[in-house]
Design a protein around this ligand. Structure first.
Ligand code: C2O
Ligand code: CU
Length: 458
């Protein structure tokens, strides 16, 4: 690939991301993209696959030749990928080898309250807890991450995150690219000191200048000249991404948080805010072997280089219809949720309130549907927020009075709300009862109080 003819190099877009570690010189696009390993079950029983996972301090070679101290699930900055099958339960026994309490949330998962990673349902240092996931929902790119009350922002920043891919055999007949042509990409950012160690300061987004893809700054990936499915996850605490290809070719988005879109959406750029997922199909057969194609962010520039190395056989496709969306249920109530800063104290809040574990903000009847009207009031300071609801996958009804864009027409669990915007969503609170949180997924905001909780009652 280094012999790529100049004419095939599509390097336009913003400048390369500087590596924000004064003592480190990293050559751009010199390290391969790591693909997180798939975790093997420790055993399988009649009704579930059982896994064990330890979270503990570890070291990762984020920069070539430098050991960076991290917190890790299973030893790596991006934890091992868990592959689940719809209709078959999974249990994960987590051992906490950290000095802090932790709790593990399956983001986007429809799970009972005692397995949801409620922020006060903590695993003490040295202790273990078994989470049980029924996997009764449609296929989707879910992820697991820490949610310990007030500590989640630092824990996730230091590496407590990984993919949980819920697959559905019914989806296979669509013939979207799969297997080794299905690549999870965890995007986040960080600040490093002169020794290549992580610097953690709450809310200091300005200095988190190094963007990482699966834990590496500007890696490369060798690809065959065929279709690939890329599962994009914004796991950054505060940074949103607007992703495009350096060739100017559109991205074909096929799925969002809750799984497949009703139909593929061909877009010049895909935007994701913290917590959100977008799956895109890229057809590298458009490019001759030897071509370099960059995944470019509108702000940070080139994030990942694809080196098209070879022709390949390809039976995959992108069908014109992906999923039949069910009809919209009738809501019983409409709730107002306002996201914004309390100016006198400088704290981010929901409906003017900081999180209080002893206060239930919304009592919801099991099985009912509700409209939540979400507003971002931070117009003066121009601060973006989003809203993530545990337990449910919801539908976007309107954004600023308009029907949702095709990329927002599927099921969602996290929705961005720019300053001044009003987003109406419809959620159905199904079978489980108990307390669940909802919060801004800019994790430095939720960790400092931009969170509330609902209780589903029978
Ligand atoms: Cu991904 Cu409550 O969070
Ligand atoms: Cu926020």
């Amino acid at each position: 690939p280094s012999a790529a003819p100049q004419g095939h190099v599509h390097a336009h877009g913003a400048a390369a991301v500087p590596v924000d570690a004064p003592g480190i010189t990293a050559t751009p696009f010199s390290v391969p993209l790591p693909i997180p390993r798939t975790l093997r079950p420790t055993h399988r029983s009649r009704d579930a696959d059982h896994y064990t996972l330890t979270h503990a301090p570890a070291e990762e070679e984020i920069f070539l030749g430098t050991r960076t101290a991290i917190y890790a699930y299973g030893g790596s900055f991006v934890g091992p990928t868990i592959r689940a099958r719809r209709g078959r339960a999974v249990t994960i026994t987590h051992h906490n080898g950290l000095a802090d309490p932790t709790t593990v949330h399956l983001h986007g998962g429809h799970v009972p309250a005692d397995s949801d990673g409620y922020p006060m349902d903590l695993i003490a240092p040295g202790a273990s807890k078994t989470y049980r996931y029924p996997n009764s929902q449609p296929s989707a790119t879910l992820w697991y991450h820490d949610h310990a009350h007030g500590l989640e922002a630092e824990h996730v920043y230091r590496g407590l995150h990984g993919f949980y891919l819920l697959e559905d055999p019914a989806e296979w007949r669509l013939r979207l690219p799969g297997g080794r042509y299905d690549i999870p990409l965890l995007l986040n950012d960080a600040q490093f000191d002169a020794d290549g160690q992580l610097v953690w300061r709450m809310n200091d987004f300005i200095n988190r200048r190094t963007v990482l893809v699966n834990g590496r700054p500007q890696p490369y990936l060798r690809v065959a000249a065929r279709r690939y499915r890329l599962r994009l996850l914004d796991a950054a605490n505060l940074r949103s991404f607007a992703l495009s290809l350096s060739t100017g070719d559109p991205l074909v988005q096929v799925a969002s948080d809750g799984g497949l879109l009703p139909a593929p959406a061909s877009v010049p750029a895909v935007s994701i805010s913290p917590g959100e997922r977008a799956e895109v199909v890229v057809d590298f057969s458009r490019y001759a072997p030897g071509t370099q194609v960059f995944l470019v962010d509108a702000v940070a520039g080139q994030l990942l280089r694809f080196d098209v190395v070879d022709h390949a056989f390809d039976l995959s496709r992108v069908p014109a219809q992906l999923r039949q969306m069910p009809g919209l249920p009738t809501p019983t109530t409409t709730r107002q949720v306002s996201l914004g800063m309390d100016l006198p104290t400088g704290t981010f809040r929901i409906n003017g309130k900081l999180f209080d574990m002893d206060r239930v903000d919304a009592v919801i009847q099991r099985g009912t549907s509700e409209v939540w009207e979400i507003t971002n009031t931070d117009t003066m300071l121009g601060i973006p927020h989003n809203l993530h609801l545990h337990l449910v996958q919801f539908r976007v009804l309107t954004r600023n009075g308009q029907p949702p864009a095709p990329t927002e027409a599927g099921f969602k669990d996290t929705v961005p709300v720019a300053p001044g915007e009003v987003v109406r969503v419809l959620a159905t609170f199904g079978d489980y009862v108990g307390r669940y949180v909802y919060h801004c997924h800019l994790l430095d905001h939720s960790a400092t109080g931009m969170m509330a909780q609902f209780e589903v009652v029978a």
